[in-house]
Write a protein that binds this ligand. Structure first.
Ligand code: NDP
Ligand code: 8X3
Length: 251
């Protein structure tokens, strides 16, 4: 029987590429995001390969999250794989200049949202004695860079939650691991720079950035290991990147 995968942030970037990759491999998909039009398009596209359902909710709103999960049709209720991917950076500012709205967004989405989605699904995984949670962290969760302050804090929190989740769920046989990418060319920088496409595009100029499909491949590899193998914490960067602040660019 094919496994059911819930992917948050499936409307763009890493989540979207992962949805496409998993559809080809016949996993049953629960695709989540806030942009309904994109969810509808994706469902239409991927239903040719597998069973797909979509959920529209903002991960910041715990009531909305619970309501959405409760609304799942019976055949999608037992989730075996959770990919906690929804998240973004909002702004890139010195701490003395940062906006508290941006801080709230990053902590509420990247940290609290991940917890709100995870808890009910984990409770069900424990009951079913079957589950695998993949947390999408970042190199920003391993090191801090100038003006990255609160985004880095949010991803350091994901790193800590990943470790804590793995410890707490160890007795239940549930696999937990993080994938921590460096620079991936997605809508990430467009969101960070609030729609300033020129500034966003510059982030990925002069070197070959990771593509969302590269991360989708790694996620697929991670979930298809035999049960006794748990990829607990993996860092992946473009070859041109050595750390958050060392990137070999041409021109
Ligand atoms: P994108 O901006 O392309 O995708 C972000 C996704 O998150 C979208 O599908 C968006 O969907 C969803 N999302 C954002 N906010 C919310 C919210 N409040 N509620 C529900 N869904 C939300 O960026 P990426 O694909 O790059 O980012 C995916 C993950 O990868 C993030 O956690 C990011 O931190 C991480 N990451 C990205 C890296 C990069 O360089 N790109 C590197 C390392 C980690 P919608 O707007 O429809 O709700
Ligand atoms: C995204 C990678 O370096 O832009 O998490 O913070 S970075």
């Amino acid at each position: 029987m094919s496994k059911t995968v819930l992917i948050t942030g499936a409307t763009s970037g890493i989540g979207l590429a992962t949805a496409r990759r998993f559809a080809k491999e016949n996993f049953k998909l629960i695709l989540c995001g806030r942009r309904q039009e994109r969810l509808d398009q994706l469902k239409a596209e991927l239903s040719a390969h597998t069973e797909v359902t979509t959920l529209n909710f903002d991960v910041r709103d715990q009531k909305e999250v619970n309501k959405a999960l409760e609304s799942l049709p019976l055949e999608f209720k037992d989730i075996q794989i959770l990919i906690n991917n929804a998240g973004n950076a909002h702004g890139l500012d010195f701490i003395q200049e940062g906006s508290s709205q941006d801080w709230d967004a990053m902590l509420d989405i990247n940290v609290k949202g991940l917890l709100y989605v995870s808890q009910p699904i984990i409770q069900q995984m424990i009951k079913n004695k079957d589950g695998h949670v993949i947390n999408i962290g970042s190199t920003a969760g391993k090191e801090v860079y100038p003006k990255g302050n609160v985004y880095c804090a949010s991803k350091h929190a994901v790193d800590a939650i990943n470790q804590g989740m793995r410890m707490d769920l160890n007795q239940h046989g549930i696999r937990v691991g993080a994938i921590n990418p460096g620079l991936v060319e997605t809508e990430f920088s467009k969101v960070r720079f609030k729609g300033d496409d020129e500034r966003a595009d510059k982030v990925y100029k002069g070197f070959k950035a990771l593509q969302p499909e590269d991360i989708a491949d790694i996620i697929h590899f991670t979930v298809t290991r035999p049960y006794h193998v748990n990829i607990a914490d993996l860092v992946v960067m473009p070859t041109a990147q050595a750390s958050s602040t060392v990137v070999k660019k041409s021109g």
